[in-house]
Write a protein that binds this ligand. Structure first.
Ligand code: NAI
Ligand code: MG
Length: 369
């Protein structure tokens, strides 16, 4: 069996606590299922800064480039608030994204049946929700030039950001959306603002052309991004895969995520282009939450976001679809059993800590295997 090379970057705060639960899963999969994972560890964020003055070292960056996939915990915390901008903890994450060219950010919004009651929307609106937002991550207004504040010399200043998209950037993100839709309900909705933005006109044109050329078996629709925001909270189940640019994706993925409950539940994946030789995509998997310094070290963090990120890793980097399905089913089953960490606790449920939640998920996963 080919080895599967994983780099684990646990980071700061609750990062290591959540990662410890994934390590248990990896060990169990190796031991009981012969999964053949080979793991390496590295430092990222504040802990890396403390060790060698950088948010990620060249050596650890090299490990990420060589691995089949990288699992990332969380970085940052008040301890590092005053460190110089270039070496602040977040710089580690930004370098990983940049050097690996991770242009596709996948943010699922899944509503576990046991948690439908705790959404801010009506249970019938969110129950059984399973959608995937794909956000372009390396282009658009966050990176376009010119990007500056200029002094107009009359007591006024002008702040400038530039939205820029080239054909190839839209083609490749659309390709990811169509390919993933084929493994799901085969439906893509593309969102932009072609009514007021030239980049939106091009986005619409290129998505339509990519669809026609290679993916006409997939159902494609287009929506203006502001209308898309309304539809997401009105009736989210109408969507399967949503593909959109960096800025709209930043907002729409946060909105969609919150339909389903706590930050402690939300996974994400960031994918790069397929390697010309091997066809493998570079990939980074991480929970949406940060390092949660307010609860770090107390053993009460919810490990589900990290574990669900590992499920995405099984699905997208290792094509272990059955295992990913089983791991997600194990999470749902443990919630059905009434186990809750503090962040998702409600009346009549059983409150557990990070380790008990992790143990219960590993046990269910193995029982389903
Ligand atoms: P945060 O996501 O760390 O925490 C926000 C709130 O949610 C806190 O009350 C926290 O206790 C709770 N929470 C988050 N994850 C949880 C989990 N798994 N289980 C239970 N409760 C959970 O965001 P915040 O407080 O804005 O930032 C804290 C630090 O994390 C900052 O230094 C920030 O820069 C960094 N950060 C790092 C990110 C990353 O590594 N990708 C992303 C966001 C923030
Ligand atoms: Mg955001």
């Amino acid at each position: 069996m080919a080895t599967r090379k994983l780099l684990l970057l646990a980071g700061d705060g609750i990062g290591p606590e959540a990662m410890a639960e994934v390590k248990k899963l990896i060990a169990a999969m190796n031991e009981k299922l012969g999964a053949g994972f080979e793991t390496e560890e590295g430092l990222v964020g504040g802990c890396a800064y403390d060790a060698h003055g950088q948010a990620i070292s060249d050596a650890d960056m090299g490990k990420a480039m060589a691995a089949d996939a990288t699992l990332f915990g969380a970085v940052g915390g008040p301890k590092w608030d005053a460190v110089p901008y270039e070496v602040r903890p977040e710089a580690g994450l930004l370098r990983l994204r940049k050097d690996m060219q991770l242009f596709a950010n996948l943010r699922p919004a899944i509503c576990y049946p046991a948690l439908a009651q705790s959404s801010s929307l009506k249970p019938e609106v969110v129950e059984g929700l399973d959608i995937l937002i794909i956000r372009e991550l390396t282009g658009g207004v966050y990176f376009g030039e010119p990007k500056e504040i200029i002094d107009l010399g009359n007591g006024q200043k002008r702040g400038i950001d530039t939205q820029v998209y080239d054909t190839f950037e839209i083609e490749r993100i659309a390709g990811v959306a169509f390919e993933l839709a084929r493994t799901r309900k085969n439906k893509v909705c593309s969102m932009e603002k072609r009514n007021v933005m030239k980049s939106g006109v091009l986005w619409n044109e290129v998505v339509t052309a990519t669809h026609k050329a290679h993916y006409s078996d997939v159902e494609l629709s287009h929506m203006l991004a502001d209308a898309g925001g309304m539809q997401l909270v009105r009736w989210p189940k109408q969507f399967d895969v949503i593909v959109t640019d960096n800025l709209f994706g930043d907002m729409l993925s946060d909105v969609a995520a919150m339909l389903t409950g706590s930050l402690g539940m939300l996974p994400s994946a960031s994918l790069g282009a397929p390697d010309a030789m091997t066809g493998k995509r570079k990939a980074l998997y991480e929970p949406v939450h940060g390092s949660a310094p307010d609860i770090a070290g107390q053993g009460i963090a919810n490990p589900i976001a990290m574990i669900a990120s590992f499920a995405m890793c099984l699905r997208y980097s290792f094509n272990m679809v059955a295992e990913a399905d089983r791991l997600e089913a194990a999470i749902a089953a443990v919630l059905d059993d009434g186990l809750r960490t503090a962040d998702i606790m409600s009346d009549g449920m059983t409150k557990v800590g990070t380790v008990q939640m992790g143990d219960a998920i590993v046990e269910k996963f193995l029982a389903l295997s």
